[in-house]
Structures are given as structure tokens and as C-alpha cells.
Design a protein around this ligand. Structure first.
Ligand SMILES: *[C@@H]1O[C@H](CO)[C@@H](O)[C@H](O)[C@H]1NC(C)=O
Ligand SMILES: *[C@@H]1O[C@H](CO)[C@@H](O)[C@H](O)[C@H]1NC(C)=O
Ligand SMILES: *[C@@H]1O[C@H](CO)[C@@H](O)[C@H](O)[C@H]1NC(C)=O
Ligand SMILES: *[C@@H]1O[C@H](CO)[C@@H](O)[C@H](O)[C@H]1NC(C)=O
Ligand SMILES: *[C@@H]1O[C@H](CO)[C@@H](O)[C@H](O)[C@H]1NC(C)=O
Ligand SMILES: *[C@@H]1O[C@H](CO)[C@@H](O)[C@H](O)[C@H]1NC(C)=O
Ligand SMILES: *[C@@H]1O[C@H](CO)[C@@H](O)[C@H](O)[C@H]1NC(C)=O
Ligand SMILES: *[C@@H]1O[C@H](CO)[C@@H](O)[C@H](O)[C@H]1NC(C)=O
Ligand SMILES: *[C@@H]1O[C@H](CO)[C@@H](O)[C@H](O)[C@H]1NC(C)=O
Ligand SMILES: *[C@@H]1O[C@H](CO)[C@@H](O)[C@H](O)[C@H]1NC(C)=O
Ligand SMILES: *[C@@H]1O[C@H](CO)[C@@H](O)[C@H](O)[C@H]1NC(C)=O
Ligand SMILES: [Cu+2]
Length: 623
């Protein structure tokens, strides 16, 4: 063929390729009947878990890039509302399919159905999980894989495996949650898991062949605890984080916080005489106490030979924080998108944990503890006309920030707390711009002896920010440090921004971005079925955060956080008070736990047998 002919044919070829790609895009439909089933993944305890079509572990959702994904969910739980969030999906023009209850939809009550339907316009490793009141620790979470035959590393591996990791509780969250946000736990110590699972089980063998290279997709589907990950005597190359391809980066240890994903290429040895431990170690720094029978580390195997030994991991560090995992801030995205500069909208937020006047511990961003509105924020957008651009209509306690379309947004998150928090933004992957402290071993347990370190823009050498910053959708905020992230508001929608430790979310560590609300009104058509779900749930779907449809600027009756403690009261004071109550009882010889729980009731007394939802509502005050 002559060059001229080629040049004339090229546009035609391009459109044929385009058409082929379009034809390949297909609809992938899953019917999910969500019911309770029994499972015992750690071999220690039979418990009720949330199953799908009578099965647990749950089905992995697998699609190709460009597919239309349809999930018909029926809530057959009988006693609990639910929803599905497709974690990391941008949901462009379909923010109504994003899943978080009271943000983009109503909770789906027992006996109701909801269809999620959206185009998957992205690549990589994701997951799905329930996003209604502490429901995913009960097992309602699993991988969502977007296959991409055109990825730059597609020819660099022979086969692929997905490995999830998670914390695991023996009790239902409806039993655990009421013991968490209560005066009995004034310091907010998170519930301690009973075990840690890899791929919803333990002691898994990954059968491998010598000399081959495998793509391992690693997903922390846990509700709380981060995991260190390594493979004895093997290094690997990171090629993807949270759905964003990276330039290959050689690494040997990862730190995978709740909700984060890594894809790695691992090349096998040429000999088959040994099997090698795949080691995961739960970050015990996050645990207030480590029970002596809690197995923090797990061994699974790259199995070169079924007949060879399967040795237990030989862990050479005394504590997990001696390990030096790979720093995600140093990754370079494969598409080399440059740093977003000159933010149009910069927000400075500070995380704190404080007690409110019921004596329980709550979480705050700039003194606001996220409190559910009476109307899901998206439905306030849809029903408020031009007032949708006025943040007032979303209520004071949803901490809603309205963004203009295509603004460059910067979030400076300072940590006034001594715990680390993996923050997740829905609808976007954001650029990792800066973080303190600087990276190294013991980074995740950094605590300044005197004060948290706050970001100071004028004291920062901004020329040292990465030229092509890594992007991901979950980034760990270090204890008493800060991070700076940026994104472009090019995806109209209602997007939750929250800590992915599910316990902290329930304490209110969340806020909402209302991105380009007038564009949402134009582009999003909410299916009638989603409103029917609200009818069935008895949740209003029009009006402002107080469900006022007459005057959108009148928030009377909105849900707000409880009052502050009187000055001088501290968590330590409450601990002291509880202990003096205990000693008083000991003194009287009444040691029964029942008697103890009876005394600490006060105004916020709960009666036995009430479910999680009632309890959560009770912690919310109407203004
Ligand atoms: C869901 O599963 C339960 C239990 O197997 C069954 O009774 C129910 O009919 C199913 N419902 C739907 C809508 O498939
Ligand atoms: C979203 O809607 C806008 C406006 O209708 C359209 O221009 C854009 O292509 C849509 N994006 C996607 C990914 O569907
Ligand atoms: C899903 O959405 C697409 C695009 O809007 C539409 O054509 C299709 O009918 C929908 N499917 C279902 C099952 O709702
Ligand atoms: C991608 O490759 C897999 C396996 O090679 C194949 O099953 C699948 O159909 C391909 N998908 C596309 C969209 O070409
Ligand atoms: C998905 O990967 C392809 C390469 O396979 C790339 O061209 C495209 O930009 C990626 N899409 C997104 C949303 O990152
Ligand atoms: C992990 O679990 C999923 C779902 O149960 C399964 O499809 C997959 O094969 C498992 N992976 C390995 C490596 O065993
Ligand atoms: C395995 O053998 C191949 C071919 O001889 C060689 O290129 C490769 O470096 C060897 N791999 C290892 C891990 O030794
Ligand atoms: C690994 O687990 C063992 C047994 O539970 C424990 O003694 C050891 O401290 C753990 N190592 C680390 C680094 O957590
Ligand atoms: C464990 O590792 C240490 C340090 O590499 C080594 O000295 C020791 O022999 C190993 N133990 C076993 C049982 O492999
Ligand atoms: C921020 O840094 C500048 C320049 O070093 C300094 O003058 C200023 O006092 C700092 N601000 C705070 C709040 O520490
Ligand atoms: C700021 O950072 C740039 C890039 O790393 C470096 O070249 C420059 O010397 C730094 N400036 C100061 C004052 O440290
Ligand atoms: Cu947190």
C-alpha cells in the first residue's frame, strides 16, 4: 500500500475500530437476591452473613471496559435496609447509581428492589459494598474487576488472580455498633476484630507455574484494619492503584488500607522445589488492644508444587510498623496527567474526635459530625431548582460544599487525631499532592509529642510537589499529620467524602460535595423505582435537608449533631466517672454487668432489643 492510500484509509480504519469497540460493549446483568446465610470463614465461629443468591463468599462482578453494568438487587434480609456502592466507579451522569444511603438514594428496605444501571468507562480493580449504616462488616462486600485487554501491561503476564483481605467479626454489626458509640466507650476505641481473612478464607494456595508472571489484584475489603503485604523471597512491580495505571514500580512490601487496591506483577522462580508464603500482617497500631488469641498475621502460598512443604511465614520484624512499605505518593500515573495548579477552591479541614453531651465519642471535620439529612442530598438537588447551588438547602450537619463545574478543587486535610484515617472520595480519583510526615518505617504510628503538624502553604516548597502526581480514590491521612489532594470538578454529581473505617464513618467522619448541581439536574434522570424505594422506606424524597418543600431556606426540624459537652468535661473525665461508678458498685458488692449498664443510662437510654437504626436515629437531635 502506498503512503497516500494508507493516509486516505486511516480515518476509515479508525472508525471501523471505533465501531468494533462499540459493538463489543455489552450489557452485563447480575440478579442479586440479598439474604442472610450462615458462614464460618475463619473456622472458629458460625455466624449469619449477608449472602447473595444463597451464597457467600459473594460473586465477583466482572466486566470489560465500556460495558453497561446492571445489578438488580432485591433486599431479602427481612430485618435490615441496604444498598450497593460500586467503589471507585466515576458514575459519570449516573450519580443516582452510586449507592450511599441518604446521599444519592434512600435505604432499600426489606422487600424492596433497586436496579443499579451504569456504564463502566474505566479500567482496573474495584469492589462493591453495602453503604447503609454499618452493613458491610456483615460480609456484604466483594471484588469488582474491569478487564482491559488493551492495558499497557496486558502482554506482561500469563494469568491473573484476585486476593481480597479483610478484618472479620464474629458478632453481627447490629450487636457491635451499640457498644461503640456510647458513654461506655468515651475514648471511641474501635471494636477489635476476631480474625483476619484472605479471600474470605485462610490458608489459600495460589497454584503457579515456574517462570510465569502473574497479575495479582489486591483489595482490602475490610471495614477497619489496614494490612501489610509481601511475598517471601519475591519482589513485584506495581502497575495499578485504585483503578489508575501507574508506571511500573519495583516494590517488596505494601501497606493496603481499608478500601485501597493494588495490582502487581509477580514473576515466578524457575525452580519448583519450594512454596513461598504470601504474608499479610494486620496493622496492630490501629487496635486499642490486641487480644492474646488474635492472629494478626496470615500465611497463604504461592504454590509451585502441591507436594512440597507449605512453610509458615518467618516474620523477622518485632512489630509490623518496623516494616517499610512502598510510598504511594511516589507513584507516577501511566497517563502522566500533570499536577493540577492554581486551585479555584481550596478547603482546609481538620479531623478531630470529641465527646458530645451524651458522653459518647464522635468524629468531626471542622467541628461538624456528619449527620444524615431527612432527604437524600441528591434528591434535594433534584427538587430545589435554582436553589440547588445554595449550600443552605443541604443542611448544616451534612457538611455539604457546592462546587462549580470544572473548578480545580484542593482539599487540605489536617489530622488533629492520633489515629490514621483512609479517606475516600466518591466519583473521582484525586491527585496525591503532599503529605506529612515524610515516609519511612513507623510513619503510620507517628505521633508528635506535643502537637499535630498543620499544613502551612506559605512554608511549603510547592515546586517540590510531584510533576505527575499519583491518583487514587483512598489515601491515608497519617496520625497528627496532613495530606493535600486535588481534583477537577468535571463529574457533576453528589459525592460523599469520608473515612473508610466504617466505625469512623458511623461517628460522622464524612462530608458531601455537591458538584455542579444545575448540570446534575440536566443530565441525571432518576428512575421511578428509586423514588418507590423511598416510599417503601417512608423517607421523603423532595425538599431540603429538613424535608421542607415550601421554603428551601428554612431548615427548621433538620437533623443536627448532639450538643457539646459542658466546658471542662473530657473523655478522661468520663472514663474517670465510669470507673468511679464501677468502684461504687464493687463497693456495694453488685458486680453484675446488667446492673452497671442500667446505671449509665441518662437521657439517651436505649431499651434492649432495639435495632441499629433506632439507635442511630436516637443519636441525632432534631433542631
Ligand atoms: C430470595 O431468596 C429467598 C430465599 O431463598 C426466597 O425465599 C425469595 O423468594 C427470593 N426472592 C427473590 C425476589 O428472588
Ligand atoms: C454526560 O452527559 C454530557 C451532557 O449530556 C455528555 O456531553 C457526556 O458525553 C456524558 N458523559 C458520559 C461519559 O456519558
Ligand atoms: C440501563 O440504562 C440504559 C441507558 O440509559 C438503558 O438503555 C437501559 O434500558 C437500562 N437498563 C435497565 C435494565 O434499566
Ligand atoms: C479480553 O480477553 C479475554 C481473554 O483473553 C476474552 O475472554 C475477552 O472476551 C476479551 N475482551 C474483549 C473486550 O476483547
Ligand atoms: C483505560 O485504559 C486505556 C488503555 O487500555 C486508556 O486508554 C484509558 O484512558 C483508560 N481509561 C481510564 C478512564 O483511565
Ligand atoms: C478468591 O475468591 C474468589 C471469590 O470467591 C474466587 O473466585 C477466586 O478464585 C479466589 N482466588 C484465589 C486465588 O483463590
Ligand atoms: C528463569 O529462566 C529464564 C530463562 O532461562 C531466565 O531468563 C530468568 O531470568 C530466570 N528467572 C529467574 C527468577 O531466575
Ligand atoms: C505474628 O503472629 C504471631 C502469632 O499470633 C505473633 O506472635 C506475632 O507477634 C505476629 N507478628 C507480627 C509482626 O505481628
Ligand atoms: C527465619 O529468618 C531468619 C532471618 O532471615 C533466619 O535466620 C531463620 O533461620 C529463619 N527461620 C526459619 C525457620 O526459616
Ligand atoms: C506559615 O509559614 C510562614 C512562613 O514560614 C510563617 O511566617 C507563618 O507564621 C506560618 N503560619 C503558621 C500558622 O504557622
Ligand atoms: C524547592 O523544590 C525544588 C524542586 O525539588 C528545588 O529545586 C528547590 O531547590 C527547592 N527550593 C527550596 C527553597 O528548597
Ligand atoms: Cu477514620
Amino acid at each position: 500500500m502506498t503512503m497516500a492510500l494508507t493516509r486516505r484509509l486511516l480515518p476509515w480504519l479508525a472508525s471501523i475500530v471505533f465501531l468494533l469497540t462499540q459493538c463489543q460493549a455489552k450489557t452485563v446483568t447480575y440478579d442479586f437476591n440479598v439474604t442472610w446465610v450462615t458462614a464460618n470463614p475463619d473456622g472458629l465461629y458460625d455466624r449469619q452473613v449477608v449472602g447473595i443468591n444463597g451464597q457467600w463468599p459473594l460473586p465477583v462482578i466482572e466486566v470489560d471496559k465500556g460495558d453497561q453494568l446492571v445489578v438488580n438487587m432485591y433486599n431479602g434480609l427481612g430485618d435490615k435496609s441496604t444498598s450497593i456502592h460500586f467503589h471507585g466507579m466515576y458514575q459519570t451522569n449516573t450519580t443516582d447509581m452510586d449507592g450511599p444511603s441518604m446521599v444519592t438514594q434512600c435505604p432499600v428496605p426489606p422487600g424492596s428492589s433497586m436496579t443499579y444501571n451504569f456504564t463502566v468507562n474505566q479500567n482496573g480493580t474495584y469492589w462493591y459494598h453495602c453503604h447503609t449504616d454499618n452493613c458491610y462488616p456483615d460480609g456484604y462486600r466483594q471484588a469488582l474487576i474491569v478487564h482491559d485487554n488493551a492495558s499497557y501491561f496486558h502482554d506482561m503476564y500469563d494469568d491473573e488472580f484476585t486476593l481480597t483481605m479483610s478484618d472479620w467479626y464474629h458478632e453481627l454489626t447490629e450487636k457491635i455498633a451499640p457498644t461503640f458509640i456510647t458513654v461506655d466507650n468515651p475514648t471511641g476505641g474501635e471494636p477489635i476484630p476476631d480474625s483476619f481473612l484472605v479471600n474470605d478464607t485462610m490458608n489459600t494456595n495460589i497454584p503457579v507455574e515456574a517462570g510465569k508472571t502473574y497479575l495479582l489484584r489486591l483489595i482490602n475489603i475490610g471495614a477497619f484494619v489496614a494490612q501489610y503485604f509481601y511475598i517471601e523471597d519475591h519482589t513485584f512491580r506495581i502497575v495499578e492503584i485504585d483503578g489508575v495505571y501507574t508506571e511500573p514500580a519495583e516494590a517488596s512490601i505494601l501497606y493496603i488500607a481499608a478500601a485501597q487496591r493494588y495490582s502487581i506483577l509477580v514473576t515466578m522462580k524457575n525452580s519448583t522445589d519450594q512454596n513461598y508464603p504470601i504474608v499479610t500482617i494486620a496493622d496492630s497500631v490501629l487496635l486499642d488492644t490486641v487480644p492474646s488469641d488474635l492472629q494478626l498475621n496470615q500465611t497463604n502460598w504461592l504454590q509451585y508444587s502441591a507436594s512440597a512443604a507449605h512453610p509458615q511465614a518467618n516474620i523477622t520484624v518485632a512489630v509490623c510498623s518496623d516494616l517499610n512499605p512502598f510510598d504511594d505518593l511516589t507513584l507516577i500515573p501511566y497517563d502522566k496527567t500533570p499536577l493540577l495548579t492554581n486551585p479555584d477552591h481550596s478547603l482546609t479541614l481538620t479531623v478531630t474526635m470529641q465527646n458530645l453531651d451524651n458522653g459518647a465519642d464522635y468524629a468531626f471535620l471542622n467541628d461538624i459530625s456528619y449527620t444524615k439529612p431527612k432527604v437524600p442530598a441528591l434528591y434535594t438537588v433534584m427538587s430545589s431548582g435554582d436553589l440547588a447551588t445554595n449550600p443552605t438547602v443541604y443542611g448544616t450537619n451534612t457538611h455539604s460544599v457546592v462546587l462549580d463545574e470544572n473548578q480545580i478543587v484542593e482539599i487540605i486535610l489536617n489530622n488533629g487525631d492520633t489515629g490514621s484515617h483512609p479517606f475516600h472520595l466518591h466519583g473521582h480519583a484525586f491527585q496525591l499532592v503532599d503529605r506529612f510526615p515524610s515516609y519511612g518505617p513507623h510513619f503510620y504510628d507517628y505521633v508528635d509529642a506535643t502537637d499535630p503538624v498543620v499544613y502551612n502553604a506559605s512554608a511549603t516548597n510547592q515546586s517540590a510537589f510531584p510533576e505527575y502526581p499519583a491518583r487514587r480514590d483512598v489515601f491515608v491521612l497519617p496520625p497528627q499529620g496532613y495530606f493535600v489532594i486535588r481534583f477537577k470538578a468535571d463529574n457533576p454529581g453528589v459525592w460523599f467524602f469520608h473515612c473508610h473505617i466504617d466505625w469512623h464513618l458511623s461517628q460522622g467522619l464524612a462530608m458531601v460535595f455537591i458538584e455542579a448541581p444545575l448540570a446534575i439536574q440536566e443530565r441525571v434522570a432518576i428512575p421511578q423505582q428509586h423514588y418507590d424505594v423511598c416510599e417503601a422506606a417512608g423517607v421523603p424524597y423532595e425538599g431540603n435537608a429538613a424535608a421542607n418543600t415550601e421554603d428551601f431556606l428554612d431548615l427548621k426540624g433538620q437533623n443536627v449533631q448532639l450538643g457539646w459537652l459542658p466546658a471542662g468535661f473530657t473523655a478522661k473525665g468520663i472514663v474517670a466517672m465510669v470507673f468511679s461508678v464501677i468502684s461504687a458498685f464493687l463497693g456495694m458488692g453488685m458486680i453484675s454487668l446488667y446492673g452497671l449498664s442500667d446505671i449509665k443510662t441518662g437521657a439517651n437510654r436505649r431499651t434492649e432489643g432495639e435495632g441499629l437504626q433506632e439507635q442511630e436515629q436516637e443519636q441525632v437531635r432534631e433542631e
